[in-house]
Design a protein around this ligand. Structure first.
Ligand code: HEM
Length: 235
């Protein structure tokens, strides 16, 4: 335990924790976006789920994961605890590393900033804060139904999404927050490769393409949902 604590306290340890938790969170946003594509599948025509929206069936299935070995909802709760721990560790390391970099900043830092910082890296820290606020709003909106228009119903994600995104400011907020998430994913993936030591003249162009492609896929999917509701494609 002592050596784990020591590793966590080191700068290298924090970068490794950021990379590993970042990978997990990245996997989550990718799978979550892919799951939400079921919004476009509309209703099942026949079979046991006839007349039910595909995304609602998927939401119910998530709660049955691991059954009958695990009780109803258990796998989802285990996953929620792991996800929350990853978010907290990711944010704690980001906070400590940010303070370290402020403390180490040379007096004439402006020139170095202009040369090294890309738009994504400069916005990554406050972008992270905005994403955290977005996630809190998002949970209150689509998981708890505590904010947003009246009419929220548990286990009816299709109807809840449509109801929410028909409100232009809510749709707009999701679009802006997910664009920020895109920049964060791009920079995060790029830095993760750096922390894992996957850099160098031959690897860097691939690293960049990979980071751009994956950030773009997640962002395009996520931004498409509010746009599809606003445009009347999903209603
Ligand atoms: C337009 C984009 C998005 C849509 C339409 C969407 C939709 C949803 C819906 C419908 C739920 C509730 C599922 C249920 O209770 O059955 C949910 C839960 C959740 N979403 Fe999203 N989401 C989006 C983007 C995001 C993003 C970008 C993140 C993270 C950065 C995120 C994180 C979460 C989390 C943590 C949950 C709670 C999962 C749980 O424990 O039940 N979502 N989302």
């Amino acid at each position: 335990m002592g050596s784990i604590g020591q590793f966590y306290r080191s700068t290298l340890g924090k970068k490794a924790v950021m990379a590993v938790t970042g990978l997990l969170l990245f996997g989550f946003v990718l799978v979550h976006m892919a799951g939400n594509l079921k919004l476009y599948m509309g209703k099942y025509e026949e079979g046991v789920h006839a007349g039910e929206y595909a995304i609602n069936v998927y939401g119910a299935w998530l709660r049955e994961l691991g059954s009958p070995a695990l009780p109803h909802g258990a796998a989802l709760w285990i996953f929620r605890v792991v996800l929350l721990a990853a978010v907290l560790l990711h944010m704690h390391c980001a906070w400590v590393l940010t303070r370290l970099s402020w403390a180490a900043r040379p007096v004439d830092y402006r020139r170095r900033d202009v040369i090294q910082a890309t738009y994504a890296s400069r916005t990554v820290r406050w972008g992270g804060v905005i994403i955290a606020l977005f996630v809190l709003y998002h949970l209150a909106h689509l998981t708890l139904g505590a904010v947003g228009p009246d009419g929220f119903e548990h286990l009816r994600p299709y109807e809840n999404i449509v109801l929410g995104f028909q409100v232009p400011w809510i749709a707009g907020f999701y679009i802006v927050a997910n664009a920020m998430l895109g920049l964060h994913l791009y920079h995060g993936l790029w830095s993760m490769f750096q922390s894992l030591g996957w850099n160098g003249p031959t690897l860097n162009p691939w690293r960049k393409r990979f980071a751009v492609a994956f950030a773009a896929i997640v962002t395009a999917g996520n931004v498409s949902f509010p746009l599809a509701v606003l445009g009347g494609l999903v209603r």
